[in-house]
Design a binder for this molecule. Structure first.
Ligand SMILES: Nc1ncnc2c1ncn2[C@@H]1O[C@H](COP(=O)(O)OP(=O)(O)O)[C@@H](O)[C@H]1O
Ligand SMILES: [Mg+2]
Length: 357
């Protein structure tokens, strides 16, 4: 066949780059085969609809289109995360070209695994800087904590009624838990006691802590439904029980603060084969997903929230996520977040076996 006889839109179908054509009201005029694959849609379903109603991850594309409208020229963004497939976003380079007054061409190329690894290493190295700060804070907490515990013990000895000791016991127990956390944060000088840990025992512990907070009215947020979706066949991971409890608790508390009354949080566990965390390949990893149906986190804030002191709550410290990330990264794991309105997933990846074990 002569080249000039070929329908140009057929050539688009051969590309590995996803191509979309939209009009000035961001209605989809055409999607090529690669775009159908990337977004897991069929051309028939989406042509005629707006980006926002047709595709997951459209928020980013709309943002970039607005950018070209401002500048008038083609616009490229590299290594953006696009939440298109399952729970794991893909990293893409995206170019937007106005092709006429009324039409915009969108090209999306998936960048290789390398970009994902760079991003994960960046998350972890950013975390090392954060560690320094957290260690400073931990020292500040450690000193008064000893005094607090001692005073509670003295008070307990003075109390006439046995059942009043319940209160001093709460102080002592919580002081001990804080002490352990502080010790963990002060590591690596205080090495974690690593042992085989059943992740479902960890999740059940978190669940009962959160339910108890609800029952005692101590929670800063309304009660929510806590659902379980466990894969009971997951073997134990090597970790320190208390560290994992703290990490999961921080994520579940955030989820609860984000969901309104009647919200739902799901605790889900799965394994995944052949998975790379930062630059290390693993034959088998465990994933713990904390899923909530709250309003979500805007795309451009999804990495910022792992920095300390980043908080959207007046009473927040902005330390929950960095602490959780540092506890998990010590086990060779990683916490990631994927969020859209109505569905936010925080995933803890924990290595079980390394490729060269
Ligand atoms: N599940 C979630 N849904 C919506 N926003 C969240 C969620 N988890 C975390 N965030 C956002 O991340 C911020 C940082 O969380 P965190 O580090 O735990 O600090 P804090 O809870 O003290 O604000 C929160 O203030 C909130 O804006
Ligand atoms: Mg928090």
């Amino acid at each position: 066949m002569e080249d000039h006889e070929r329908d140009p839109s057929q050539i688009l179908e051969e590309l590995t780059t996803a191509v979309l054509l939209v009009d000035d009201r961001v209605r989809i005029l055409h999607v090529n085969h690669a775009a159908e694959t990337l977004f897991r849609v069929s051309s028939r379903q989406v042509v005629g609809q707006t980006l926002g109603t047709a595709l997951r991850g459209a928020e980013l594309l709309e943002e970039l289109i607005r950018q070209t409208q401002r500048t008038g020229g083609a616009y490229t963004q590299r290594e953006r995360r696009l939440p298109v497939r399952g729970d794991r976003p893909v990293t893409v380079d995206c170019t937007i070209t106005p092709v006429s007054a009324k039409r915009v061409l969108i090209e999306i190329a998936e960048v290789d695994r390398h970009a994902r690894i760079t991003r994960e290493q960046h998350l972890l190295s950013q975390n090392r800087a954060v560690q320094e700060l957290i260690r400073g804070l931990a020292h500040e907490i450690k000193n008064p904590l000893g005094g607090l515990r001692g005073a509670a013990q003295l008070l307990e000895a003075e109390l006439p009624e046995r059942d009043q000791r319940e209160y001093t016991q709460v102080i002592i127990r919580e002081a001990d838990r804080l002490q352990q956390l502080v010790d963990a944060l002060l590591g690596p000088n205080a090495p974690a006691r690593e042992e085989p840990v059943n992740i479902h025992e960890v999740l059940e512990r978190v669940r009962s802590l959160v339910i108890a907070e609800d029952a005692e009215g101590r929670a800063e947020a309304p009660a929510v439904a806590l659902q379980r979706d466990y894969d009971p066949s997951i073997p134990p991971v090597t970790a320190e029980h208390n560290h994992l409890v703290q990490a999961v608790l921080n994520l579940v508390r955030n989820a609860r603060q984000a969901t309104g009354p009647g919200g739902t949080i799901t605790l889900r566990t799965r394994t995944q084969r052949q998975f790379t965390i930062a630059d290390k390949p693993h034959r088998l990893v465990a994933r713990i997903d904390i899923i909530d149906d709250g309003p979500g986190i805007p795309l451009d804030q999804q990495e910022q929230i792992f920095y300390p002191m980043v908080t959207s709550r007046p009473e927040g410290t902005g330390l929950g996520l960095p602490i959780a990330q540092s506890l998990v990264s010590r086990l060779g794991g990683l916490i990631e977040c994927v969020s859209e309105p109505g569905r936010t997933v925080f995933t803890i990846w924990l290595p079980m076996e390394t490729e060269n074990d």
